[in-house]
Design a protein around this ligand. Structure first.
Ligand code: PEP
Ligand code: MG
Length: 747
């Protein structure tokens, strides 16, 4: 076989482009294309397999195999060599295909006389569309040049498919990409259900012309685009105070990528083979995405993400397509994104009905914002960006972490039934809004809500919460690009207090550091951030910010009671120290002539097991204590609350954990200090009644949980439940969920 030259490849691509421009249906085009490819590559066979649905590939056109097998031969994903290419996103190049592991013999195609096989994926930035195969009679391995040439052709086919070139005319109507229903199983980050239309945070770039006629012109365009990209990256990074450490290294790696010669060279090679500048960028991007899917090393994954991000920027420069495509947001928008920062999510605000992310984590700031906005959030929905198009119908089930894209009518209907049931339940809860959470024997539990944004406060009245049991002040810091000024914070806190209309608000001082890194804070290189330099530890070591925050709180609460609580207190001395700092600020503000709050209450968050064993004096010093169950549980069980592998492994109703909580309540009661529970578990009805039975008289939760928790408390006798718990503990049960739920079922 003669050496393939760049000019052959370019000629082939031009022929493909002519095929695309010529009249005729999709099937005719596919037939022509296989003919041109076989002819240009000097092979006896060229076949195109496309996805019929997410799991099945269908032979859609062939030159050389038996024509009657077209639209008849089908393979499952992963089946045979074709299925392997589709599943892995990697080529298979073999001189003796039948000897390859996984080879599947398809007698109806007559392929047995062609031992050599080269198959490449037809994919567009991670979205799998099908497989392109050439086969020949002589048993030989295809060369690197041939492989590269075929990948370029596959890339052009993918672009043509995206433009709809193969639509229509197939006898039995082959479903196209972005047509069929897809279900994604992700992870719940915020409960709730929503139905709406897809709104892509980063709309996909459309490449109108994948084939370049004049390589010199295309290279000049590419080089111009890259120069512009480099200068924006340089100025973007020089605007950042990189400080040092990890973040500086990451930024530097990003910059190096943007300046990479080999990246540019590979894209130029694509142009030499006949691609337009933007198609050459996308070809590299597609391959990086395919590698990303199989890369396990987190560092490598991050770098591949960098490359992906740079490719997107470059594509936008070359095509002139900005993020703002002029499309208007659909009604009931459901945001679909790879990941999103808290500030960006806040910008969308309450317009959104739900959020679906490919990445993200349960404890991420975006998740906290979604929680505050009370919109369902599903994370880890793999490949959703590749599948979703703006405006597609979508249903998000934040309760089970499932997303239905373009759902079939039966699925859609079942989903709507679930939504209707939930709406009905909410209606029922609304009727309880002004009633107390009093059990059958007359014990009342105060139900408070957690908040962190101004946007949360309207829920205070709507939910019937008696106050804000945890105001996470770090959100105001996380959503800014610089440290907020004291005046700004004071204004904000005053506004919060005004909106609370006299209901108490427990302000927790900053819980930042380690994983909750502020954009303007020098990141710390810590091996185990959750147990690292965070919260009060930062506050006491770097007192300036904590002082400023305390002053802002004092100024905001003129003439009103002020509740301050310090996060992550681990030993009594930390509380004493923080308490002293607050008293100093009060004295200072008074000296400066500022008006004082009417009352000051100082509390501690009990989030580490050690504090449960603090001296009695500690409990007596506190005006109130709030158990941060999210952290307390992760340290009690040594199970990272953000690690999907372990975070659900240990049950909150595990007897040992309940025994710890019981002891905490007893110690607080003995010292006569009010104790509340403000972790996520407080919002789960079964957990909530159990805590109440242990003696917690205040629970703080997300607003949407107040109704269901109140509903349950009002239907039980907490003393009886206490007995059930004690009996089960006496009997040696290691977990209380079964006795508690069985007892509840009998109520
Ligand atoms: C907790 O740890 O339970 C808590 C309420 O604090 P955060 O979730 O903000 O760490
Ligand atoms: Mg905590």
């Amino acid at each position: 076989m003669p050496e393939r030259k760049d000019s052959d490849s370019r000629k082939l691509l031009l022929r493909l482009r002519e095929t695309l421009a010529a009249p005729g249906g999709g099937q005719h085009r596919l037939d022509q294309i296989t003919h041109h490819i076989a002819d240009s590559m000097g092979t006896q066979v060229c076949s195109i397999y496309l996805f019929r649905d997410a799991e099945t590939l269908e032979l859609c056109a062939t030159e050389g195999l038996k024509p009657e097998s077209v639209h008849k031969t089908r393979l499952r994903l992963g089946e045979g060599l074709v299925g392997r290419v589709a599943r892995t996103g990697r080529h298979v190049n073999s001189a003796n295909a039948p000897a390859e592991p996984g080879f599947r013999y398809m007698p109806e195609t007559g392929e047995e006389v062609y031992p050599s096989f080269l198959g490449v994926p037809i994919q567009r930035v991670g979205e799998k569309l099908g497989v392109l195969v050439v086969q020949s009679r002589d048993a030989r391995q295809f060369s690197e040049d041939e492989l590269y040439g075929l990948e370029v052709v596959a890339m052009v086919l993918a672009e043509m498919a995206e433009l709809g070139a193969f639509l229509g005319s197939q006898s039995d109507g082959l479903p196209q990409a972005h047509r069929f229903p897809v279900m994604f199983r992700g992870t719940t980050a915020q409960e709730g259900v929503a139905e709406g239309r897809v709104w892509l945070h980063e709309p996909r770039v459309v490449i109108a012309n994948p084939v370049g006629e004049d390589p010199l012109k295309e290279k000049a365009r590419l080089n111009e685009g890259v120069a512009m990209l480099r200068s924006t990256v340089d100025s973007m990074l020089s605007g950042h105070d990189m400080g040092g450490g990890d973040s500086a290294e990451v930024m530097e790696a990003y910059r190096l990528f943007a300046h990479s010669r080999s990246w540019l060279r590979r894209m130029e090679e694509g142009i030499d083979l006949g691609l337009s500048a933007e198609a050459a960028v996308e070809k590299e991007q597609s391959q990086a995405r395919a590698r990303l899917e199989s890369a396990a090393d987190p560092y490598l994954r991050d770098r591949l993400h960098d490359l992906d991000d740079l490719s997107n920027r470059l594509l936008r420069i070359l095509t002139g397509q900005g993020r703002d495509t002029g499309a208007s947001m659909p009604e009931n928008p459901i945001l679909v994104a790879r990941n999103i920062g808290p500030a960006e999510l806040l910008d969308y605000g309450r317009k959104l009905k739900g959020v679906v992310l490919e990445e993200g984590s349960v404890g991420s700031h975006a998740a906290i914002v979604a929680r505050a906005l009370a919109i369902p959030l599903v994370i880890h929905a793999e490949r959703v960006i590749a599948e979703a198009l703006n405006g597609d119908p979508i249903q998000v089930d934040g309760d089970s972490g499932v997303v239905h894209l373009r759902p079939e009518e039966t699925v859609a209907k079942a989903f709507r039934d679930k939504m209707a049931m939930q709406a009905e339940a909410q209606q029922r809860y609304a009727g309880l809004r002004d009633l107390p959470a009093t059990d059958k024997a007359g014990t009342t539990v105060q139900l408070y809500m957690n908040a962190g944004l101004m946007a949360d406060l309207p829920s205070l009245d709507g939910s019937g919460a008696e106050g804000v049991g945890l105001f996470r002040t770090e959100l105001q810091f996380l959503t800014r690009t610089r440290v907020p000024r004291r005046g700004e914070l004071a204004g904000l806190y005053a506004h919060v207090l005004d909106s609370a209309h006299g209901k108490p608000v427990m302000f927790r001082t900053l819980d930042i550091g380690s994983d909750k890194v502020l954009p303007y804070m020098k990141p710390q290189d810590e091996p185990n951030p959750a147990m690292g330099w965070r919260a009060i530890r930062v506050g006491l070591d770097k007192r300036g910010v904590l002082r400023m925050q305390l002053q802002a709180l004092i100024r905001a609460a003129v003439g009103k009671p002020l509740y301050v609580m310090f996060p992550f207190i681990t030993e009594m001395e930390e509380f004493e120290d923080a308490h002293r700092l607050l008293m100093e600020q009060l004295a200072r503000e008074q000296r400066l002539g500022h008006q004082m709050p009417s009352d000051i209450r100082v509390g501690a968050m009990l989030e580490t097991p050690s504090l449960a064993f603090a001296p009695r004096k500690f409990f007596e010093m506190c005006d109130f204590i709030s158990v941060g169950g999210n952290d307390l549980k992760q340290f009690f069980f040594a199970a990272d609350r953000e690690n999907e592998r372990v975070r659900r492994r240990y049950d909150t109703l595990n007897t040992s954990f309940i025994t710890l909580l019981d002891q905490i309540v007893q110690r607080c009661n003995a010292a006569n200090v009010p104790v509340s529970f403000c972790g996520e578990d407080a919002g789960r009805p079964i957990e909530a009644v159990t805590f109440a039975a242990l003696g917690f008289r205040r629970l703080s939760m997300r607003p949407a949980s107040i109704g269901p928790v109140k509903h349950l408390i009002r239907r039980v006798d907490l003393d009886e439940l206490r007995k059930v718990i004690d009996d089960a503990r006496q009997a040696g049960d290691t977990n209380l969920r079964r006795p508690v739920t069985e007892w509840l079922a009998r109520q």
